[in-house]
Design a binder for this molecule. Structure first.
Ligand code: C5P
Length: 404
């Protein structure tokens, strides 16, 4: 999550009856942390599962539970609350509440403000698998989708009732990601983005190898930002300890050669390639297939290295390459090396940073190199920077409508 990525957004968070209500405490915390203001509205049933006091403490605002709440001067909470909102999110959305929404019923405050809304409505279903599979529920959900309501989930897995199947609510982090994605400008709508990220691991023997200190954070942040910008995203990742960004297709590899092969297999289907991985330049020729042992006479092992394929250069050399973006981590003289590297790799855009200073950090400062010149971006956390870079990439894409 980027710092304050939902700053200025006002959400009505509607809670309906279901055991998943306890997870909404965490969702509220995530939304508030991201800078959103959150007005919680609970149905009578929701208050049986978690108290309004808890939700007030987490959201920092008094909770509304009744249509007849005297706090609203004109006594029209359903109008006032929905007019202020940038979106209404119903989480958890019960079977009963989905049915009410599908039929436009307005028999309590939350249902009424949904009917009275002018803003988008997102629902996060949570129910037993049979209730979800029930044809009436499926009809209602289809109707809601046809009415322009966004459904987030449900997920599949173990349920509070002890059964296993479809219907469980998405985890709070996934709901948060879907909401953040919903608000992101769709500058890459309809585009397909292939990325590499992280280090590679070049084995010496079954237990040892050569790698580097790339954390993968910048590449993963870019994959998340591209997904939020509306692209289909395929992330080829070296060995990193990071969660897959929501909605991103991830393929894990170890070595540079595996990364090269995965990219070359996928690339014909993509129109943007962003090479963020810190690919090892060399690998050990003929890695040992058994652990290399110390010898009694203290003889040191020696290795022959061979060069790894340059994935970015190979993609840029294709007869019909996607729009290629490279990264360069330099330890000094970025101005000179950045442009030289861009020209050598023959890519339209190269993003340079002072690599050893940024490895593993959560923020970064970069310079964009392109044929027409350089542009420095201010230091920012990697997720915020990723969104800026995606917007910069989007501006430079050839207009597909002009390609016959
Ligand atoms: O040559 P250098 O490693 O500094 O180039 C960095 C850029 O090239 C990055 O975008 C990196 O992902 C890409 N690269 C690659 N394959 C390699 C080496 C680098 O795709 N073997």
């Amino acid at each position: 999550m980027a710092t304050a990525e939902l700053a200025g957004k006002h959400l009505v968070l509607g809670m309906t009856g279901g055991i998943a209500c306890y997870k909404i405490a965490e969702l509220t915390r995530l939304l508030v942390k991201a800078g959103a203001t959150v007005q919680v509205v609970m149905t009578e049933a929701a208050t049986q599962f978690i108290t309004p006091v808890t939700m007030q403490a987490l959201s920092g605002r008094p909770v509304y539970t009744s249509q007849w709440d005297a706090r609203v001067p004109n006594n029209m909470a359903h109008i006032d609350l929905s007019r202020e909102a940038d979106a209404i999110v119903i989480a958890p959305a019960s079977t009963d509440f989905l049915a009410k929404l599908a039929h436009g019923m307005a028999d309590d405050l939350l249902a009424t403000l949904c009917v009275a809304r002018e803003c988008p409505l997102l629902v996060v279903p949570a129910m037993n698998r049979q209730m979800w599979a029930n044809p009436a529920t499926q009809r209602n959900v289809a109707q809601l989708r046809a009415d322009g309501v966004e459904t987030l989930g449900p997920d599949s897995g173990p349920q509070a009732c002890g059964e296993v199947g479809d219907g469980r609510m998405l985890e709070p982090e996934a709901v948060y990601e879907a909401i953040a994605s919903f608000f992101a400008p769709k500058v890459l709508a309809g585009r397909r983005v292939l990325l590499t990220a992280g280090p590679t691991f070049e084995p010496i023997d079954p237990v040892r190898g050569i790698t580097n200190r790339s954390s993968g954070k910048m590449g993963f942040a870019l994959a998340r930002a591209a997904q939020q910008a509306g692209a289909d995203v395929h992330l080829v990742a070296g060995p990193v300890a990071l969660d897959t960004p929501w909605g991103v297709f991830r393929e894990d590899v170890q070595t540079a050669q595996q990364m090269h092969d995965a990219v070359m297999r996928a690339v014909p289907d993509y129109d943007i390639f962003i090479a963020v991985a810190a690919v090892a330049d060399w690998r050990v020729d003929h890695a040992s297939d058994h652990k290399i042992k110390k010898t009694a006479d203290h003889r040191l092992p020696s290795f022959t290295f061979v060069e790894n394929p340059d994935i970015l250069a190979a993609v840029a050399r294709l007869p019909h390459p996607p729009f290629c973006v490279g990264f360069a981590a330099e330890s000094g003289d970025l101005d000179v090396h950045g442009e030289e590297k861009r020209a050598r790799k023959n890519v339209p855009l190269l993003i340079g940073n002072l690599g050893p200073l940024t490895f593993g950090r959560d923020d970064n400062e970069v310079v964009l190199f392109e044929a027409s010149g350089q542009k420095k971006l201010p230091r920012a956390d990697k997720q915020a920077l990723a969104s800026t870079l995606i917007a910069e990439i989007a501006k430079r894409l050839p207009d597909t409508s002009l390609i016959s």
